[in-house]
Design a protein around this ligand. Structure first.
Ligand code: NAD
Length: 296
């Protein structure tokens, strides 16, 4: 097997464009997802379709995973048909999902017992970054393993940061996503106040974009809120999951995070309102409801 034999398991909003970029950059790519739709897109582009994570692992030196949550990653890595039961000694699993750092460390340890390496490499930059291959990647693991995966990581991202040992990538990513969650609630409040004050939202976007109140959340998501476009993207329930992980981490560390707690409660409300599968910017709908602001 060659280092260019790469697998991808989990072909959703992020995994599908990552796999496409790997194919375009000349890797020999084997893929698996429990849904058929992404397999039908990737096969004509040259991907080999496997029937389980185990089969992907057997055909690959390096396997990327892009799965919703800790439980999904545990199943895909450790299950009977999982990666750990198909991969040859010396293989590497690169988990790009955002999950509990403790689970990352535990899985890396289980893999190590079988002569397999697992590094955590959660990504940031959204579906646009995944499509353009410009993601930021926060990697936790041994330097030699990270260096070995660098060609694969550079095929999906531009900024690759080796931030520490196993689990460290997840810690950085949770802090990033905690800020995204808080910022989106802030942008939603700006939206509601602007609507109440009769301000033109396009003009507001142009002005704040170059002022101190700007953020990725404002630049990317205020226009979507203004046009009532909540196609995902990064879904409400995934943002909720990451805020829950940040809260749990904070509790373990004895850190008080009042703004994160509030953002978490707002996302809890969004889920209770049935918004879980919309883009995370749909948090504005909760704020709209509180202030009686109709959708445009
Ligand atoms: P998604 O739900 O769109 O994709 C997940 C994919 O995993 C789906 O295609 C699903 O069918 C597949 N899957 C689930 N269980 C499986 C299994 N047992 N075997 C094989 N495939 C399985 O989610 P996403 O938005 O692509 O996010 C993936 C991960 O990346 C999450 O951890 C998320 O937090 C993180 N992330 C997402 C974004 C974003 O903008 N969407 C950005 C950065 C990080």
């Amino acid at each position: 097997m060659k280092e260019t034999d790469v697998g991808v398991v989990g072909l959703g909003a992020m995994g599908l464009p990552m796999a496409r970029n790997l194919i375009l950059k000349g890797f020999s790519v084997t893929v698996f997802d429990i849904r058929e739709a992404p397999l039908k897109i990737l096969e004509p582009l040259g991907a080999r379709v496997a029937h389980s994570p185990k089969e992907v692992a057997a055909a690959s030196s390096i396997v990327l995973t892009s799965l919703p949550s800790s439980k999904h990653v545990e199943d895909v890595v450790m299950g009977e048909d999982g990666l750990i039961n198909g991969m040859a000694r010396g293989g590497v699993i690169v988990d790009t999902s955002t999950i509990d750092p403790a689970v990352s460390r535990k899985l890396a340890e289980e893999c190590r017992k079988k002569g397999i390496t697992m590094i955590d490499a959660p990504v940031s930059g959204g579906t646009v970054g995944a499509e353009k291959g410009t993601l930021s990647i926060m990697v936790g693991g041994d330097k030699k393993d990270v260096d070995r995966c660098m060609n694969v990581l550079r095929a999906i991202g531009v900024n690759v940061y080796h931030v520490g040992d196993s689990g460290a990538g997840q810690l950085f990513k949770l802090i990033n996503n905690m800020l995204v969650g808080i910022n989106l609630v802030g942008v939603s409040e700006a939206f509601v106040l602007a609507r109440k004050a009769g301000i033109d939202l396009r003009l507001l976007h142009s002005v704040i974009k170059t002022s101190a109140g700007t953020s990725w959340a404002l630049e990317q998501k205020l226009p979507k809120m203004a046009s009532n476009d909540f196609d995902p993207g990064f879904r409400v329930w995934l943002q909720h999951k990451d805020l829950a992980l940040a809260m749990s981490l904070a509790s373990q560390m004895g850190a008080a995070l009042p703004m994160t707690a509030l953002a978490f409660q707002m996302y809890e409300s969004a889920k209770a309102m049935g918004l879980q599968d919309l883009d995370h910017s749909a948090i504005v709908k909760v704020l709209q409801k509180l202030s009686g602001v109709e959708s445009s």
